[in-house]
Write a protein that binds this ligand. Structure first.
Ligand SMILES: C[S@@+](CC[C@H](N)C(=O)[O-])C[C@H]1O[C@@H](n2cnc3c(N)ncnc32)[C@H](O)[C@@H]1O
Length: 307
């Protein structure tokens, strides 16, 4: 990792600390109500600064520059898996947010049945409004660590940037396993820490922790530990891919917006007073995450597991 990158991260931490005391953020406990509030109070910012279409995940752009079409790349990948399944397949999305993924897939797969589950009532309301005309979708309120569904109810379970929010990642994996039919798939596209996270310089670890907490993630999991946990539950690893390079264009866009927030300092102090706290703190993650991904502290991966 270049010393330039480390220096850039240290400069950003210094600037952030002028506006939001870094230690206070690191001490924050990410409870379920914190997660709900985060998603409720950030929704305005997500809509106007991130994705008008309601995606709460990162765009994947292969050409090296951001386009909103990249928000549909994750559903294109999930759709390819669904094509191998017969009509009437039951599909569950964990942490479905505004319904962006479930609705896109439900339109492309009118014969298959989709259930979206989320913790945040405000996001569920949006999802239900947007899907009112679709007969093959339903949205349910619940916690993916305690699923309100019977054993072996689904052929495919997928999640986009949702299980990273789990306070009990093992419980979330056990629940996905329980509700899957035999041989069913769990497809995850999500952020994880890279292996050997703890060997990173302290400033980079601190930056990565700030990214996690300001995005309502209590503590990131190293990718290989998550897969090991899944194996112990009974899942077999089918595929693993590192997509980090493809989210860099979106992360660069977020970083440029965050710089507008943090510099000059007087403006950041003013914006802090004017904007809801959860929304304002998104700028912390925005300023740092491009660098923590380039430093290979955090990455963006696809993991496909079979029951
Ligand atoms: C980053 S958003 C991603 C939303 C959606 N998957 C997308 O790609 O647009 C994470 C979502 O996970 C939900 N979530 C977090 N923890 C959850 C839990 N324990 N149970 C269910 N949903 C949860 C949040 O409410 C939020 O809608």
């Amino acid at each position: 990792m270049s010393t330039n990158l480390q220096q850039q991260i240290e400069n950003s931490l210094e600037q952030i600390n002028k506006i939001f005391p870094v230690q206070a953020i690191l001490n924050q406990e990410v409870t379920k109500s914190f997660i709900r509030n985060y998603h409720t109070y950030s929704s305005w910012g997500y809509k106007y600064l991130h994705s008008r279409e309601g995606s709460l995940h990162l765009a994947m752009n292969y050409e090296g520059y951001f386009t909103p079409q990249g928000f549909y790349e994750q559903t294109r990948i999930i759709h390819q898996f669904l094509e191998a399944y017969p009509a009437h397949t039951q599909v569950l999305e964990l942490g479905s947010g505004n319904g962006f993924n479930t609705i896109d897939l439900a339109k492309k797969n009118p014969q298959r049945h989709f259930t979206g589950l989320d913790l945040t009532p405000a996001s569920l309301r949006t999802a239900r409004q947007k899907s009112a005309k679709l007969s093959n979708t339903r949205f349910t309120e619940g916690d993916f660590q305690q699923l309100p569904f019977g054993d072996e109810s689904f052929d495919v379970v997928f999640e986009i940037e949702a299980l990273s929010h789990a306070n009990q990642p093992q419980k979330a994996l056990q629940e996905a396993y329980r509700v899957l039919k035999p041989n069913g798939l769990l497809i995850a596209i999500d952020g994880f820490r890279y292996p050997n996270f703890e060997q990173q310089p302290t400033s980079i670890q601190k930056a990565a922790q700030l990214v996690e907490i300001t995005m309502a993630v209590q503590q990131g999991v190293e990718i290989q530990d998550w897969i090991k946990m899944a194996n112990q539950i009974g899942f077999a690893l089918q595929e693993q891919a590192d997509y980090s390079a493809f989210v860099i264009p979106n992360l660069t866009r977020l970083c440029n917006m965050a710089k507008e927030y943090f510099y000059p300092t007087w403006r950041a102090k003013l914006l802090k007073l004017l904007l809801p706290t959860h929304l304002a703190k998104n700028a912390v993650a925005g300023l740092l995450i491009g660098a923590t991904v380039k430093a290979k502290a955090q990455g963006y991966f696809k993991v496909v597991l079979q029951k």
